[in-house]
Design a protein around this ligand. Structure first.
Ligand code: EPZ
Length: 419
């Protein structure tokens, strides 16, 4: 398994450009399978999850041509099966958006039950509730989920839980259903808006994305034939902002949407990190006192759960006692033991972590438990005295394009080593 070796305690300096949003791309690519024509998607991040999802689309017959500039030409008219059971589909959770896409396209879909990072149980009951409301029958056997609908009809669906995945999956399925679908208690993340904007660019009629009520008027044909560019990655941007703050660096994070960063910029300002903001960039400045703060993860526009581990690293370096509450996932503190090996003073109980600081982080050999926890271990290594080895980094490379290259360009002493 590949590792990163980091020699820390070097303030990051310079500029970093943010890539396309992983979680938008993972919704847009399956949505493209609905089209009755070709499309071009630009600004896709070159990360494992995107490349695997494109491979899965090829495996069901879609034409997928990737270009070196990160754009891809897709033509789903050659799809020849509703069974997306490519072995790699087991490895990425987002393949489950093909349920909505294939139901919408051919009224049938068969996939493996989804996996994904381990944050405790990750049910899909809300997806199934919505599909059944629209007329699909859903069966689960031998680890596969089979959906079929004589007729897919628009429905008024009230989600019991604010779910990004269910919101996107049901929105995709509703685009070519008969009649009007309303999704209440919908998630509002920026990547949901991006998937809706992609669908509308291709001829769909989706209104209200970004609010908690999304209305989709089904259309018989989705012509496509257009080009769409994926928004910048909110979580990648936040990761670099936190890396700059944790190392006391001076970094301009470019090609981001400041509005999407507000939950983080507000919290960083509360801690005492000096920030400057432009149209599409945020500069994190060094100096200033760093005071403890309380953080509660919530669905957007609340504080993103996907920045929770990375933020906890910064809280370790802040003066006082901070409280981190994880409200989205059942269990997302697995990385804390590794952080404590580096000198962190964190006590966890159920959904809350108490962080006492400031501590001096020191290098150790740690593991990337999941995508964002792995990124947090890198941030801790960048801040720590001495050498840190982060093992099993492939999980990080599922979601961060050119992570080592971008950090080295900021002056980090980091190298990727194969055993
Ligand atoms: C998406 O996961 C993201 N993944 C996750 O980011 C992110 O942590 C999460 O949204 C929350 O923002 C992608 O977009 C590919 P949910 P998703 O459905 O859709 C419960 C990353 O690091 N729930 O919003 O799987 C669920 O258990 C990844 O990029 C149900 O109960 O998350 C959780 O407690 C990690 N029933 C809460 O809702 C359901 O049917 C939020 O889950 C669905 C979800």
């Amino acid at each position: 398994m590949a590792s990163y070796v980091i020699r820390g305690a070097r303030p990051l300096q310079g500029e970093v450009s943010i890539s396309g949003s992983k979680n938008a791309a993972l919704g847009i690519i399956p949505a493209a399978m609905l089209l009755d024509g070709p499309c071009r998607i630009e600004n896709l991040p070159d990360i494992a999850d995107v490349n695997i999802l494109l491979e899965i689309c090829r495996s069901i017959g879609a034409q997928v041509l990737q270009h070196p500039d990160g754009s891809v030409d897709i033509d789903p008219r050659t799809i020849e099966t509703s069974e997306a059971t490519h072995e790699k589909a087991r490895s990425i959770r987002a393949s489950y958006y093909l349920m909505g896409a294939l139901l919408g396209r051919v009224r049938k879909a068969t996939l493996f039950m989804p996996g994904g990072c381990d944050f405790g149980t990750r049910p899909i009951d809300q997806h199934i509730k919505g599909f059944e409301a629209m007329g699909a029958t859903v069966g689960i056997e031998y680890g596969r989920i089979r959906l079929e609908a004589e007729r897919l009809a628009g429905e008024h669906i009230f989600l019991d839980v604010v779910s990004v995945g269910a919101t996107i999956n049901l929105m995709i399925a509703a685009v070519k259903a008969e009649g009007v679908t309303v999704i209440e208690n919908a998630a509002r993340e920026p990547h949901i808006v991006d998937v809706a904007n992609f669908l509308n660019t291709m001829g769909a009629n989706v209104r209200g994305a970004g609010t908690d009520v999304i209305k989709i008027v089904g259309v018989p044909v989705l012509p496509g034939g257009c080009t769409y560019s994926v928004i910048p990655d909110q979580i990648e941007a936040g990761t670099y902002m936190l890396a700059a703050a944790a190392t006391g660096g001076d970094v301009v994070v470019r090609n981001l949407i400041p509005k999407h960063m507000e939950p983080l910029t507000a919290k960083m300002a509360e801690i005492g990190i000096a920030l400057e903001e432009g149209d599409d960039w945020i500069r994190v400045l060094p100096g200033g006192e760093r005071a403890a703060a309380n953080v509660k993860t919530m669905p957007y526009p609340g504080f993103p759960t996907d920045l929770q581990p990375q933020t906890m690293v910064l809280l370790c370096l802040c003066e006082g006692v901070s409280r981190m509450t994880e409200n989205v996932w059942e269990s997302r503190f697995q990385f804390v033991d590794d952080l404590k090996m580096m000198g962190a003073n964190v006590t966890t109980a159920s959904h809350t972590a108490i962080v006492e600081g400031p501590v001096k982080l020191t290098g150790a050999t740690v593991t990337a438990h999941d995508l964002r926890a792995g990124a947090a271990m890198v941030l801790a290594g960048l801040a720590a005295e001495g050498t840190t080895e982060v093992c099993d980094v492939r999980i990080i490379e599922r979601g961060y394009e050119n992570f080592v290259g971008k950090l080295r360009a900021l002056g980090a002493d980091i190298a990727r080593v194969e055993p």
